[in-house]
Design a binder for this molecule. Sequence first.
Ligand SMILES: *[C@@H]1O[C@H](CO)[C@@H](O)[C@H](O)[C@H]1NC(C)=O
Ligand SMILES: *[C@@H]1O[C@H](CO)[C@@H](O)[C@H](O)[C@H]1NC(C)=O
Ligand SMILES: *[C@@H]1O[C@H](CO)[C@@H](O)[C@H](O)[C@H]1NC(C)=O
Ligand SMILES: *[C@@H]1O[C@H](CO)[C@@H](O)[C@H](O)[C@H]1NC(C)=O
Ligand SMILES: *[C@@H]1O[C@H](CO)[C@@H](O)[C@H](O)[C@H]1NC(C)=O
Ligand SMILES: *[C@@H]1O[C@H](CO)[C@@H](O)[C@H](O)[C@H]1NC(C)=O
Ligand SMILES: *[C@@H]1O[C@H](CO)[C@@H](O)[C@H](O)[C@H]1NC(C)=O
Ligand SMILES: *[C@@H]1O[C@H](CO)[C@@H](O)[C@H](O)[C@H]1NC(C)=O
Length: 546
Amino acid sequence: MKGTFFRLRGKELSLILIVLVCTTIFVWTWDRTPFLATFLPPKSRFLWLSSDAFTNSVSPESQIHMNKDISTSAENKTVNYQEGQLSNILAPAGPVAETIPDKRKVSLYSVLRLYLYHGGAETTESLAEGQAKDKHVVEAEKNSSAENSTILTKTEENGKKNLGEKNSKLEKESVDRRSSADSANLSSSERIKADENSTMLEQNQACNYAKGKWVVDDSRPLYSGAHCKQWLSQMWACRLMQRTDFAYERLRWQPKDCQMEEFEGSRFLTRMQDRTLAFIGDSLGRQQFQSLMCMVTGGKERPDVEDVGKEYGLVKPRGAIRPNGWAYRFPSTNTTILYYWSACLCDLDPLNITNPATEYAMHLDRAPAFLRQYLHKFDVLVLNTGHHWNRGKLKANRWVMHVGGMPNTNRKIADIAGAKNFTIHSIVSWVNSQLPEHPRLKAFYRSISPRHFVNGDWNTGGSCDNTTPMSIGKEVLQDESSDYSAGSAVKGTGVKLLDITALSQVRDEGHISQYSITASRGVQDCLHWCLPGVPDTWNEILFAQL
Ligand SMILES: *[C@@H]1O[C@H](CO)[C@@H](O)[C@H](O)[C@H]1NC(C)=O
Ligand SMILES: *[C@@H]1O[C@H](CO)[C@@H](O)[C@H](O)[C@H]1NC(C)=O
Ligand SMILES: *[C@@H]1O[C@H](CO)[C@@H](O)[C@H](O)[C@H]1NC(C)=O
Ligand SMILES: *[C@@H]1O[C@H](CO)[C@@H](O)[C@H](O)[C@H]1NC(C)=O
Ligand SMILES: *[C@@H]1O[C@H](CO)[C@@H](O)[C@H](O)[C@H]1NC(C)=O
Ligand SMILES: *[C@@H]1O[C@H](CO)[C@@H](O)[C@H](O)[C@H]1NC(C)=O
Ligand SMILES: *[C@@H]1O[C@H](CO)[C@@H](O)[C@H](O)[C@H]1NC(C)=O
Ligand SMILES: *[C@@H]1O[C@H](CO)[C@@H](O)[C@H](O)[C@H]1NC(C)=O
């Protein structure tokens, strides 16, 4: 009996021993493996989340909920996060949040990603987003990426696949923004300090690049207008014209509430590794495209850059003066920059294909076929329209407004301003509806580029003779865009506004003016800009947001 008893006890003892050893090994491994540790965040992360992370952009209501959750037991904390608050917070817009099919999936993924972000494994993309941060903060972020970013990428991709919902992009942005302050290796007391002093940070995060002032800077321009012949059309290279004043080339835009990262071609390309940027719009969009090509190359000859227009069907049709666009690829980083000409940002459809003088259905509520066809290939999209919306151009182009596939009968839309506004809202809303399916896409709508015709219009002797920079003014302090249609169209969508209207408005001296080589005598171009010039700034602001 005794022997048996002791034998049993011996078994028990060894069992207990084995369990103990296993547990120790498990705990030890868990502690040592950063990957596993990411699944088991320390309490402070929750606390951090509850205190300063959301103070910037979350309604007080959610904050109260959050705090309530945290006061419950540790066990239930995570669950509450997953089930409720986080998904709400990450998808602040009510209707957007409602479209999430499986909240649990979304939240689990978000929670996991937050930890990863918190660990500092930020992608260059999110670093870019927080570019307004102090340099050392960014450094620290980089240094602290102990965890391997591959994990992040994979998680992100899986999560996004699972998501496939409207707010995936919004959500990513919110995560990026919230994690930015936190990613630096700050102790909790430092964090509280930083929170107290978060005004600067808050300002940077909420940076409105449209507010600021022009300053003279001898490091400008970013490329030579005489040498960037590979990309810059002669008709916009004022250095190759009779113009002799070049003070307009020396201005740099300085945003008010944030520092703008200095543009650098190599940095642009690195950030755009394996990505495609598409400009779609009118000739002002083409100017921005040429400007960017010159900025990226520094205006230097680049024989290695490939013409990949064919991949996008951008070939010169028989008898045409030029193709409908251009596409170039930088092989070193596999970065593609392209432009497609769509003056109305709407779909144009010939009404009678066999008739060379056919009218075109101008589908105000349908995105250009090119955009619909190639959207899946774009990572950054910059849209614009504006200067073709007048009766003369519509008539000359034989464009007939259509809505819902039928000739328009709505009086409010029939009016040119109404049609333009309707179209801008339609295209922005369509792109927004495409974001869930294209989670990597960053879409911008560029506000209208101002004209400066004085004493007449482009065809009635209007001119813009001023050559002194900043004689109208140099500062922009308004919060809202001067382009009301664009501003209201992007509101509540995932499409960002590239608001360049007011800052370009004070640059009346930067146009081609009387030096146009293509216009007939006496006709001035107070619409297009000399390059290098104002559109370079549009690209700097774009770059700051990539
Ligand atoms: C967790 O929450 C559930 C329901 O809210 C509750 O029944 C349970 O007792 C809680 N568990 C702990 C450990 O507080
Ligand atoms: C980040 O690391 C670099 C070198 O790897 C170092 O020069 C720099 O001081 C570090 N920055 C911070 C904030 O630790
Ligand atoms: C992060 O902070 C801890 C403790 O303050 C410190 O030991 C560690 O070196 C820091 N890591 C980096 C990358 O600065
Ligand atoms: C991440 O891990 C991969 C493979 O495990 C490795 O090739 C890469 O260098 C690592 N990157 C960093 C930043 O540690
Ligand atoms: C906050 O920043 C201001 C100026 O940037 C500085 O004077 C002040 O000491 C800072 N406060 C804290 C608590 O760090
Ligand atoms: C270039 O980037 C595209 C995505 O934009 C990708 O599909 C393609 O495989 C890349 N090519 C190479 C050679 O890496
Ligand atoms: C289309 O145009 C051709 C050539 O002008 C003409 O013969 C034909 O009748 C037109 N078709 C329609 C449906 O208007
Ligand atoms: C612009 O269009 C939108 C959407 O169609 C409409 O809600 C808004 O009232 C319009 N604004 C103006 C000024 O016409």
